[in-house]
Design a protein around this ligand. Structure first.
Ligand SMILES: [Zn+2]
Length: 115
C-alpha cells in the first residue's frame, strides 16, 4: 500500500484494522459455544460480517485517497495529503485548510460537514 496518506485516512485505516480484530475475536468466542450450533453459527456469521465490513472500509479508503489533495505543509514544508476542507498535517499535526475564509481559525472537524 502507498504511504503518505492524510491523518484522516490513517484514522479510517485504523478503524478497518480494528474491525478485522473484532471479527476474529467474535469468531473465537463462537468456539466456546460448540454445544449450541445455532449460537456458534451466529457468532461465526457476525465475525465474518465484521471482516467483510473491514474489506468494504479498505475499499472506501482507496476511493478516498484518490480524492485527497496533495499540499505542502506551511509549517514543516513536507508534502501531505488532505481530505475535505480542513485536515491535519500528518507530519506535524498543523491544521490545514483549503478554504480562505477559514484561515487563522481554530481547527474544527465540523467545517467538513455540509450545511
Ligand atoms: Zn506539517
Amino acid at each position: 500500500m502507498a504511504k503518505n496518506y492524510s491523518s484522516k485516512i490513517n484514522r479510517i485505516r485504523t478503524f478497518a484494522l480494528s474491525l478485522i480484530f473484532i471479527g476474529f475475536i467474535i469468531m473465537y468466542v463462537g468456539i466456546f459455544f460448540r454445544q449450541s450450533p445455532l449460537a456458534m453459527t451466529l457468532f461465526m456469521l457476525l465475525g465474518f460480517l465484521c471482516i467483510i465490513a473491514s474489506t468494504v472500509v479498505y475499499f472506501w479508503i482507496g476511493m478516498l485517497s484518490t480524492k485527497a489533495v496533495q499540499v505542502i505543509c506551511p509549517s514543516c514544508e513536507k508534502p501531505t495529503k488532505m481530505l475535505g476542507r480542513v485536515d491535519m498535517c500528518m507530519h506535524c499535526k498543523e491544521p490545514l485548510t483549503l478554504d480562505q475564509n477559514l484561515e487563522g481559525k481554530d481547527f474544527d472537524e465540523k467545517y467538513n460537514k455540509k450545511k
